[in-house]
Design a protein around this ligand. Sequence first.
Ligand SMILES: [Zn+2]
Length: 329
Amino acid sequence: MKPNPISPTIPFDQDGAHHGFLRLPYSRDDSAWGSVMMPITVIRNGDGPTALLTGANHGDEYEGPVALMDLAATLDPAEVTGRVIIVPALNYPAFRAGTRTSPIDKGNMNRSFPGAPDGSVTQKIADYVQRTLVPLADIVLDYHSGGKTLDFLPFAAVHVLEDKAQEAASVAAMQAFNAPWSMMMLEIDAVGMFDTAVEEQGKVFVTTELGGGGTATARTIGIAKKGVRNLLIHAGILKGTLETGPTVNLDMPDGDCFHFAEDDGLIEPMADLGDAVARGQPLARIWAPDRTGVPPVTISAKRAGLLTARHFPGLVKAGDCVAVIAVEV
Ligand SMILES: [Zn+2]
């Protein structure tokens, strides 16, 4: 396969804290020999495990970038055994635009793996992550939240994996992260995901959904900051004791967890995040946006459980995910 065009401006194999960029040549109207400059920090102290920590895989999700900017600025190499690689904004062009996908090529980073060294900007970044960063790592944490269109109960998550030892190691890392909720997550669209790419390389992988609405809160940022330190302690990279509180374990057993709109309109939520809902209970109603006197369409729960995610904006379109229900285990 062709070499990837991205070059790091800092070393990966030298002790100390190194702050720099992944530089991707990107020739365009306003910069003929210009580049995309993705911030990266590598903090290394001797031999030991490597953690790869990523945020803004989707550009409008903010707990990860905030927690990772903070970690990159404050982590003392003397505290570390091994190496921490921090990329606060994996889809950096999307992050700078405040959008889910890249403004350059409309690339959704989490549907672009394994990427391509001669593809679009998003595919080139994915290929670099796939063939250069992930192979360096023993454990990978990729932060997500709901972005502008979804809002979540704050949870850390892992997937059911064929390799049960890898799954157990990922569950242990998720429990160490210690979000208020811990999820065995079902993906409805797993092809091209970073998650899948990392898991296929046999790595321990934890992801999160920590909030949403295109912003972050003090509470959800606190969860993100505590979680990453706990994860690094768990991995043997940081010394110290885990800071733990209660977590509720959740499962998504099948596709009935997901509820989609079949109508455009004005959405009336009828349950809030964290509410226990019964099967058949109305989750939301959709009102016609363009006339009065028309009864609303009701979206009812296909299973009992906890309302775990909801559509965020006040207007909804046919095909939007309106609600996700998970089951307490
Ligand atoms: Zn995301």
